[in-house]
Write a protein that binds this ligand. Structure first.
Ligand code: IMP
Ligand code: MG
Length: 179
């Protein structure tokens, strides 16, 4: 990707993220309080920071697994193809599963992942997304827990990248092009 010059304006502070992650973990804990084991599935790569913070606030028996999916736009944006690059290591049949996503944008990725994982007959299948851009939705999918609803801005930080940069920022910022 060619890089236009840009600056990053802070949108959600590290402190605000930490407080929200703690609150989300409490709600998720209440929902899964009776579980024998919760399989927390992080969608790579953007969820890696979020999942690390979230599982440390979840005082439940937890197993962590990862899935890498990527969506490709084609001529008709609303029929995007989603490819799986890395599948889960473990079985999820009969298990409680929590999918952890960084951002829900058009919804294609999550729709595909839920279809794939749902076909493996988990006991419960729920979704927690750090960010949601509802105004961008092309297919109707919803997370059970959302950290923050945000407007249609391109964001980076806290695991989320722009052309593989800025994943290591501790806050979430919006990309503003200066030229
Ligand atoms: P969807 O299939 O359009 O919902 O794609 C969601 C994925 O697109 C997210 O998991 C991100 O990897 C990526 N994405 C969407 N919005 C942004 C953004 O503002 N910044 C960086 N990545 C984004
Ligand atoms: Mg992603």
């Amino acid at each position: 990707m060619t890089q236009r010059p840009y600056v990053i304006d802070e949108m959600i502070s590290a402190k605000a993220i930490a407080a929200r992650v703690e609150a989300l973990a409490q709600e998720i804990h209440a929902h899964f309080a009776d579980t024998d084991k919760l399989v927390v599935v992080g969608l790579l790569r953007g969820s890696f920071v979020f999942i690390a913070d979230l599982v440390r606030e979840l005082h439940l028996p937890v197993e962590v697994d990862f899935l890498e999916a990527s969506s490709y736009g084609n001529a008709t944006e609303s029929s995007r193809e989603v490819r799986i690059f890395k599948d889960l290591r473990g079985e999820i049949e009969g298990r409680d599963v929590l999918v952890v996503e960084d951002i829900i944008d058009t919804g294609h990725t999550l729709k595909h992942v839920l279809h794939l994982l749902g076909g493996r007959n988990p006991h419960r299948l729920k979704v927690c997304a750090l960010l949601d851009k509802p105004s961008r939705r092309e297919v109707p999918v919803k997370a059970d827990w959302v950290g923050f609803e945000i407007p249609d801005e391109f964001v980076v930080g806290y695991g989320i990248d722009y052309a593989q940069h800025n994943r290591n920022l501790p806050f979430i910022g919006k990309v503003r092009f200066t030229e």
